[in-house]
Design a protein around this ligand. Structure first.
Ligand code: NAD
Length: 339
């Protein structure tokens, strides 16, 4: 039985790593992927780059997801608290040997520069170089950190893309152009969107005045599940029509109920961009909407803003005609895509 390991920081995991892991896995009976991590070192590596630090448990999940159908591959995290300049390779090797707990036949990497250190630390193991010239997948994690994830999107495995997708939520009161803007943005950026789940529920119920307190809770949960599903197929961005605070707004408006559960869901939300649409476009009566007078529209608009302010949401306001809103939204999106 042959045993090998490949170590790395996988910050972030890219298709070059995937190639090396799969190749190594084909050479041994048991492969260990060692996730070597230190919060200090990994944060230092991301400082002044275009990528935010990714916690170890997320990287562990990526590796685990990648290899879940490979029973002879195991992922092991090894933590230390050294920085970039004082990493102790010897101590690291002792921890790796202890965790693997059996003789190691092969140590894999794509780095010719590791030759001497591996010969010293693993004298009984063979150092196997996998694609040292990066001929198969010409990318490195440091290049991705320097240039940004979106710049190197084609080198990011599909299984980890959802982690990096930016979520843009569009909020506003009745007939303010949310759904149209969300659909249009998804078309322009060639990605997925989440429609207002509450609307689907109203349409299924098919008649007026029968929405109950519990329905709003289910709308909020249902909407979140739609987001979780849609992010899997999103391309860099996911556009979302409404969220839990807007659901609270409707619960206030139609049922005169303020629901703590919706506040709690709202607290867990963590969107990258909030776009608030002012209701200054013409009222479109669609059979479900009810508050079309100017006075009602203004009153409701202020109420929704109060709810958002209570949750300390930093929203960007867009107003004016449809062209102005589209341009404004695109400028805001380009801004969040820079990082
Ligand atoms: N103490 C030890 O014995 C020991 C041994 C191995 C690794 N480590 C730890 O892991 C770290 C290794 O870091 P890294 O920056 O080399 O890892 P990394 O996360 O960038 O890469 C992980 C592995 O994939 C290989 N790889 C990267 N890009 C590739 C590509 N395009 N094609 C094919 N293979 C590719 C690398 O050579 C490395 O072997 C070290 O800094 C150390 O912390 C420690």
């Amino acid at each position: 039985m042959t045993v090998g390991f490949i170590g790395g920081k996988f910050l972030p995991l890219h298709l070059g790593h995937v190639y090396a892991i799969i190749y190594a896995s084909a050479m041994v009976d048991e492969l260990y992927i060692v996730l070597s991590h230190s919060k200090q070192r990994d944060k230092e590596l991301c400082d002044d780059t275009k990528m935010n630090y990714v916690p170890d448990y997320i990287r562990l999940r990526w590796l685990s997801k990648l290899t879940k159908d490979m029973p002879h591959v195991k992922v092991i995290p090894i933590e230390d608290d050294y920085g970039n300049d004082d990493y102790d390779w010897r101590e690291g090797s002792q921890l790796i040997k202890k965790k693997i707990g059996k003789p190691i036949d092969y140590v894999f990497s794509s780095e010719p520069s590791y030759k001497d250190i591996f010969a010293e630390l693993y004298p009984d193991s063979k150092h196997i170089l996998i694609d040292p010239n990066r001929k198969h997948v010409n990318i490195s994690a440091s290049k991705i950190r320097a240039e940004g994830i979106f710049h190197n999107w084609n080198f990011i495995p599909d299984i980890i893309k959802p982690y990096f997708v930016k979520r843009v939520v569009v909020v506003g009161t009745e007939s303010c152009g949310k759904s149209t803007l969300v659909r249009n943005l998804a078309k322009i950026y060639n990605t997925a969107y989440v429609a207002e789940y509450g609307r689907t529920v109203y349409e299924e119920l098919g008649c007026d005045g029968i929405i109950t307190e519990e329905d709003y809770q289910q709308i909020a949960y249902g909407h979140k599940m739609e987001e979780i599903k849609a992010i899997e197929s999103a391309n860099k961005l996911l556009f979302i029509d409404t969220e839990a605070i807007v659901t609270q707004f409707y619960s206030n408006l139609y049922n005169n109920e303020h629901q703590t559960v919706l506040d709690e869901i709202a607290k867990l939300q963590d969107y990258d961009l909030w776009i608030f649409l002012e209701p200054d476009v013409k009222w479109v009566h669609d059979g479900l909407r009810k508050h079309g007078t100017e006075v009602e529209r203004l009153k409701n608009n202020n109420h929704l803003k109060t709810l958002l302010d209570k949750q300390n949401i930093q929203y960007k306001i867009l107003k004016g005609n449809y062209e102005k809103r589209l341009k404004g939204a695109m400028e805001l999106i380009e801004d969040i895509m820079k990082n």
